[in-house]
Design a protein around this ligand. Sequence first.
Ligand code: GLU
Length: 291
Amino acid sequence: MTLLTFRFAPSPNGDLHLGHAYSALLNQKLANTSDGRLLLRIEDIDTTRCTPQFEAGVLADLKWLGLGWEEPLRRQSEHFAEYKAVLDRLIREELVYPAFMSRGEIRAFITDCEKRGRDWPRDPDGVPLYPPTDKALPMRERKRRIDDNQPFAWRLDVGAALAHVGKDLAWAEFSDETLSATRSVGARPRDWGDVIVARRDIPTSYHLAVVMDDALQGVSHVVRGQDLFSATGVQRLLQELLGLPQPAYFHHRLILGPDGRKLSKSLGDSGLAALRGAGASPDDIRRMVGL
Ligand code: GLU
């Protein structure tokens, strides 16, 4: 029998807060009740925002909470060569293209479009979709700009990717914390437009690294916050393109701040370190997140 495998995958770019505590403890609870495995993955591909100090803080907070995970943990920044090999394959298959537009150029393109009375589509997070201009650049021009050292990111050609896959995609979503039943959710990767798959200097992105690692680590159950629900559509498309197995998903409720807003890493008062400093115990944290 294969063991159920869960993972908690924080990015060490700030301090953990109550929302992270809920996610970590829920994964631990589900692993314990199913006699499954719990893995810890440090998602530190953003080498400017993620620091060893933040990682040390994350590990200290998780140990204090009583989280136990299998060693060694996986640190994404140590696996750039593996991501690069897969990126090279996507480049060869012409499923990604170099995107050169700066934020300012994107803004100008959209303002221009909207001035002419055409609403520009936004992704589920409200960010405008990437304009189609660069996709139409001839190979020679792409090469010239890259050789010229112009900044760019590799973006997924979502239309080409969907044509390559050639079928509608869906995923299995658990309906509650007990993971007793699933429903099928249709993936809508087009809603995100041509997402970034890698940067010029970092051969991966959140989406690429997450699907590769979930597969490499044999993760069977991805349990994470509701804020990543619709991004799962993009990840299903990447899994299909790369021939990776698909885990089942549960996107759990978010822990909100007193003002009803999503917690962020800059909110000091819901930070685990601050709560611990103010005398809270791990049991208090469990109670606060409803576990
Ligand atoms: N590293 C992501 C975060 O901290 C979580 C990714 C995931 O669980 O898929 O928001």
